[in-house]
Ligand binder design. Structure first.
Ligand code: COA
Length: 326
């Protein structure tokens, strides 16, 4: 059967790295509070000339190079973001132009922190339909530009960055337990719009005519996150026909180290199998999963043949998981 096989990963971070101590000089917080409650020590913040599109382009170029394909080999770009360069056109089309791709399908997906999981399922469906053959799936964000830098309950939690993967349609054995069955084995997505007010941006083109700032009731988000993430990972593994102990790595959305620990415990997954980058990147929303995946591939932890589970939850709420064999 046709599956979407991961053939390359890449990522990009803004040049400027900001420590907790630097934030503590601006807002009423401390390094100790941030580390204890979230595990975050650093985040990267976009500077002049760095935008969601430029970070996405750099991550895409790294992924193309790792995959050994050129930009012209790509016929689909799905870019997940909640912080596009402009209200329109889609940032994906800016990235297309920056990469010099004459013609392809290019659009954005908005599902906030779960955006990359949504983008993966959309791209996977399009590749398996046989119409497209090779996709760049990108998560890219500049959340620093929608943060209220006077609100200590939110501004310490987020950072900027981008991650990208190249997926290629390939014929693979039907049986997902066959070691040659590479690629995306199952995906599961959910949304529950009743929780809009727990995590949202208080502006937009059609309401205020402004961009707005991020608002969040952190404690409630935390409670929902652990329950939903554990459930959707179990659901995706069941859909792939794999037991939890077949999992080599979980690459979670990097919101908070305590959420990652609690979710792993709920599934009885050892902490050593969970890729953790939240200490260095903070929460980069749709970029966090592909950023963490790329780091784990580049430092040699995630290797061919392994079973990897991607998962994320974010504003909406939206949440999802994907199971793949590398
Ligand atoms: N520095 C110092 N103190 C802070 C602070 C900061 N940056 N932010 C909040 N506080 C204070 C609060 O004002 C509160 O003080 P009070 O008790 O005097 O009222 C106290 O710390 C505890 O706040 P609370 O919100 O209850 O803390 P918490 O243990 O729930 O941790 C989060 C806060 C945001 C770290 C936590 O709820 C969380 O991680 N939630 C999930 C958020 C998330 O991941 N969202 C993205 C999902 S995509």
């Amino acid at each position: 059967m046709i599956r979407s096989v991961l053939i390359g990963t890449g990522s990009a971070l803004p040049a400027r790295r900001v420590s907790n101590a630097e934030l503590a000089a601006q807002v009423d917080t401390t390094d100790e509070w941030i580390v204890e409650r979230t595990g975050i020590r650093f985040r990267h913040i976009a500077g002049e000339g760095e935008t969601t599109a430029t970070l996405a382009r750099d991550a895409a170029l790294a992924a193309l190079s790792a995959a050994g394909v050129t930009a012209q080999d790509i016929d689909l770009i799905v870019l997940a973001t909640a912080t596009p360069d402009n209200t329109f056109p889609a940032t994906a089309t800016k990235v297309q132009a920056m990469l010099g791709i004459d013609d392809c399908v290019a659009f954005d997906v908005a599902a906030v922190c779960s955006g990359f999981l949504y983008a993966v399922q959309v791209a996977d469906s399009m590749l398996r339909s046989g119409v497209q053959r090779r996709a760049l799936v990108i998560g890219a964000e500049t959340f620093s530009r929608i943060l209220d830098w006077e609100d200590r309950t939110t501004c310490v939690l987020f950072g900027d960055g981008a991650g990208a993967i190249v997926l290629e349609a390939r014929d693979t054995p039907d049986d997902a337990t066959d070691a040659r069955a590479r690629g995306i084995l199952a995906t599961r997505l959910h949304a529950d719009g009743r929780h809009n007010e727990l995590l949202y941006v208080d502006g937009g083109p059609s309401t205020t005519g402004t961009v707005g700032k991020l608002r969040m009731k952190g404690r409630e988000v935390f409670r929902h996150a652990v329950v939903n993430l554990a459930a959707v990972m179990e659901e995706a593994l069941a859909a792939a026909g794999l037991p939890t102990d077949a999992v080599d790595w979980v690459v979670p959305h990097q919101a908070n180290a305590r959420i990652l620990d609690a979710t792993a415990r709920k599934l009885s997954l050892p902490a050593e199998k969970v890729v953790m980058t939240v200490d260095r990147h903070a929460n980069t929303s749709a970029a966090s999963v592909p950023l963490a995946l790329d780091q784990a591939v580049r430092d040699g932890r995630v290797v061919a043949g392994q079973i990897v589970v991607l998962e994320a939850m974010g504003g909406g709420f939206t949440w999802g998981a994907a199971v793949l064999r590398i």
